[in-house]
Structures are given as C-alpha cells and as structure tokens.
Design a protein around this ligand. Sequence first.
Ligand SMILES: Cc1cc2nc3c(=O)[nH]c(=O)nc-3n(C[C@H](O)[C@H](O)[C@H](O)COP(=O)(O)O)c2cc1C
Length: 498
Amino acid sequence: MQLATADPGASLVGYRDLREWLAAVEAMGELKTVRGVPWDREMGAMVDMAYRAKGSGKCPAILFDDVPGYPAGYRCLYGMMASPRRFAFTVGGIDVKTAHNNIEYLKQYRARMKDIQYIPPVFVDRSPIFENVMEGDDIDLFKLPVPIHHELDGGRYIGTACGVITRDPDTGGLNCGTYRIQVHDAKTCTCYISPGKHGRLHRDQYFERGQHCPAVAVVGIDPILFLAARYQVPPGLSELDWVGGMRGEPLGVVRSKYTDLPIPANSEIVLEGEFRADERRLEGPFGEWPGYYAGGKMEEPVFRIKRVLFRHQPILTCAASMKPPHAHLYERAFTRSAALWEGLEKASVPNLAGVWVHEAGAGRTFNVVSIKQRYYGHSRQAGLLASQMVPVAYGNRWTIVVDDDIDPSRLEEVIWAMGTRCDPKQDLEIMSKCWSSKIDPMVFDQHYYNSRVVVDACIPYEHRNDFSRVAETSPELREKMLTKYRRDFHDLLGEELV
Ligand SMILES: Cc1cc2nc3c(=O)[nH]c(=O)nc-3n(C[C@H](O)[C@H](O)[C@H](O)COP(=O)(O)O)c2cc1C
C-alpha cells in the first residue's frame, strides 16, 4: 500500500508513519510491549505506576497488545514522546547527545524550528487507512480496545492522543487540535473542547448558524501530527501545514467521504462525523492535566460518527493526563518552554537566558523565565508578559523570574533564588480574573477565572553590583580542579564533569 509520504530518507524526520516510528524507537531500546492487560483501568494504572516510579523523561513508550477480548494486534500505545531521545527522533534534526542540560537542548530545538517553511498537505490516491471500514449500522466503536484510562473516568475515551480536524466556516482554514473524546455507545461520542480553543471557535461558528460541525478525529495518529495538534501553532496556520514544514515535504491526505475535510493518509484509526448542534450528552468526569477529575460531568455536544477507518492491526494512540509525572508530560514541558521563549522574544523582551515550563506544575501552572537584567523593571516586564502569554496564558498560576546564573529548569536553583533574592512584600504581583476553565480544581463555580502571581526572584536591579557573593566554587577554580583531579572526580562521581 502506498504510504502518505515519500522515502523517509528524503524527509527531515526519519519515519513515514507510526509503525516506522515504533520500529525505530524499539531499536533505540525505548519501547516496551506488554501483553494481556485489560482495557478497563488496568492499562492506565500500569502506565501511571511506571511513569510515577521512573519520573518525567525516563520511561519507555508502552505498547499494549493481546488486549483481552480483542484480536491480537489491536494495540494501544502510551508515552510516545516522553523522553529526550524519543522526542528528538520525532521532531528530527536535533541531537540530544550534544546537549548537557534542558536549556541547551531547548536552544537546539528552537534553532530547528526557526527555519521551518510551512507546506500545505497534498491529496494522495491511496492509503492503508481504508483497509477496514465501518459505516452506517456496522459502526461499533467498541470493536476497538478503547480504554478507561483513569479509575474514576466516566467512561471509555477513544480520543486522548488524537487530532480533531475542523474547518473555519468563514475562512476555510483547517485546525487540528487534541481534545478528549468519550465513547457513549457504538456510534456516539462527545468531545470536550474548552472555550477559546480553535476547534471550539470553529464548532461555535457552525452552531451559531444552526449547522452541525463536520469533524474528522484521528485517534491512531502519526506522532508528529499529535505534537502539532497539542501545540499552539502560529495564528492562521494549520497544524497540517506545520507538519509538512517539520517533515520538509507535504503531508499526504485523502478526502473524507462524510465531511469536506482531509484525512492524514498515514493514520492508524480515523472517525468521520459531525458535532451536533441539537444533541448533547453528559460528558466526563475525566482525569485531567492539573491532576484531578475537576469539572465533573457536564453536557457537551454529541459527536455523531458516520464512518470509522482503520488499518489492519490498528494502534490506538493514548495520552491520559493525570497528577504529574505522567506519560506525555516531558514533551509538553519542553515544547511549551520553547513556545513561551519564542513568544517573549517576539514581544521584545531582551536578554532571555532560558525558560522552563515545569513538569511539577503540570506543564502549565509553574513557569520560570531567566534573564540577564539590563534595566529597571526588566524582570517585572518579563514576568508580567510571561504570565499572560501563549502557551501558558490559560491555566497558569506561578511565573517566576530569575537571573541568568539560575538554570530555570532546575527547581532547586529556582527555589533557592525565590528564598534568597525575593522580598515577598515587594516582589509579588498578583492578578485576578485571568483565563482558566472547568478543569481547574480551584474554580468552584461557573466563572472560569483564576488569579495568578509573578514572583520576581531576581537580584534587585539597584543592588546588582553590591549584592552578596554566591558561596560556590568559582569557574576559574572549577577549571583548575577539573584539570588537576579529573581521575579522582571520575572515581568519585562515576561520570565526567562538564
Ligand atoms: C493529551 C492531551 C489532551 C488534551 N485534551 C484536551 C481537551 O480535552 N480539551 C481541550 O480543550 N484541550 C485539550 N488539550 C489541550 C489542547 O490540545 C491544546 O491546547 C491545543 O493547543 C489546542 O489546539 P488549538 O490551539 O488548535 O485549539 C489536550 C492536550 C493534550 C496533550
């Protein structure tokens, strides 16, 4: 069968679809296949326990096969990009081995992203996605091993590591966003899209005209499209064009029969249908990114499925958010750090030394910006802007600004700066009525605001030249020690100091 893209050698990423990606990740030693685990809470629990034990960035991708009650080969995959090597392989063009810390690695990634020329998708004649088709009365979503991901979820969620494609009815622009999809019966789903997200804006535009909103949900997805779908790509740009840019060649698509939307030809499982303007179901609860089942059960528009397409031995891609750390947090923290850095740079904040959107803050609520202070008010400018900027404007609570001698990705350094360079009486700026949603556990009514704080943990600018000296080995003495005692350090620490 012809795949969506040409020879992977010609592409800027080294795989054409999820299967080639899996083979490469297995060869790296970063894939674990586990057999015989039921879909009913046990896959989710195993992933949670493994990632919690190992910590963010350190666990293999987990592929469940031989799911009881399902044919062999009907698989569920968790943790696609949750390690530096898997993430680097997914985006292509960067080398983690030459990066000594998160910020150096982030710089490589930002350099890779700078040169992207966005490329729109092209229609191709054939795709393996048509190997299996369920249509009309034949549609039965439970033929796929859809998990209950968390113990207290309100049902089985087919869409977690997914991309929901919709079209702006006014401009024709395409969006692909990751929004959770619950299965209610064989043909009926709901999809929760929080206010302000592009898919929600599209859907509301159709509903305001009294029309149903056509949608294609890719629930067995090429990892790089999943990355795009959860990313806030530049305004007006389609995630499909972004993927083309990352690949250096267009994404191959086929036409959806029931919507006017493109279907990525290298997908594993696709649902075609429409969000109904006139039908709602109770959706949720679902374990969410802040780490709670907040939001409970609420009515959401029905996603009526008209056709299901899937490859032989399909792979359902899964990403169940929960209390950190979890199986898609590493790449979330990483890409959001890059996007926030980019945003601050574009907003003309000078002398940025690093940005880190922390895993412990669930990749949204605790964010650190490091700067080389140049003028009075520079640190407040950086903090206030960062607190309101995509991708952390929604749901953020803590923005910390530190000097450039602090690695913003190392919590112990950040907390040390907060404890020694910040006077809470003068250095906190609190804002109210900021952007949040029903899944924020601190939102107790239906007014979806939060408050947030900027903590200025930089040395006061007026004391930059007379602040107490830091009690640590100087770079000069460090260099001398390394030269003189390299073997002792190696024996002592079991690794090279850099
Ligand atoms: C695993 C995962 C699940 C997500 N689930 C939802 C969801 O259910 N609803 C939602 O509005 N956003 C969800 N998001 C966040 C959006 O995907 C993200 O904000 C994305 O940028 C939205 O795309 P858009 O900017 O095109 O709207 C999820 C993200 C991830 C990584």
